[in-house]
Design a protein around this ligand. Sequence first.
Ligand code: HEC
Length: 149
Amino acid sequence: MESLKYIFFFFLALFLVIQLKVPEKNQGDLDVVTSFVNNVDTPNNVKAMLTNACYDCHSNNTKYPWYADVAPISWYVAGHVEDGKKRLNFTEWQNYSKDEKQKKLEKISNLIKRRWMPMHEYLGQHPEALMSNDEIAIYSEWFSKVETQ
Ligand code: HEC
């Protein structure tokens, strides 16, 4: 029993120590209107979908659930946000060249169609990001046809 107690306190101490490493939050830009919707004529249903399913990892403003403050989950979430933003950032859409924009639009359409985005881990925790087959078809089609400047 004694040794179990030590093991418990060891993990408790470890858990407390790792809380000291706090990743930086992705909340630089609290303006929730992304340059994507300013640049591309976006209907309301697509805007809502982007807000519910994509912006947490692909914009400068993540809405964090409470458990994202707890290490090591906080590190895991910060990693996804950092990787996601590096590949695609709707807040900074205006900085892509026309060519890049076109490629991103094709990728978005494809990844939605294949259900690769939003990430599966995310869907388990964010039911508002779930899409029916019909919704997937609508959004994927919209992104494949939309014009960008
Ligand atoms: C939980 C975080 C998360 C969410 C939510 C999310 N993504 Fe991603 N996304 C990522 C990460 C991480 C990558 C890069 C790694 C990879 O390709 O798997 C990525 C990559 C992408 C790429 C590839 C970009 C490129 O040029 O290589 C596209 C397109 C994309 N996501 C679209 C979306 C769309 C559209 C949504 C919403 C329907 C969405 N993502 C939701 C994390 C996320």
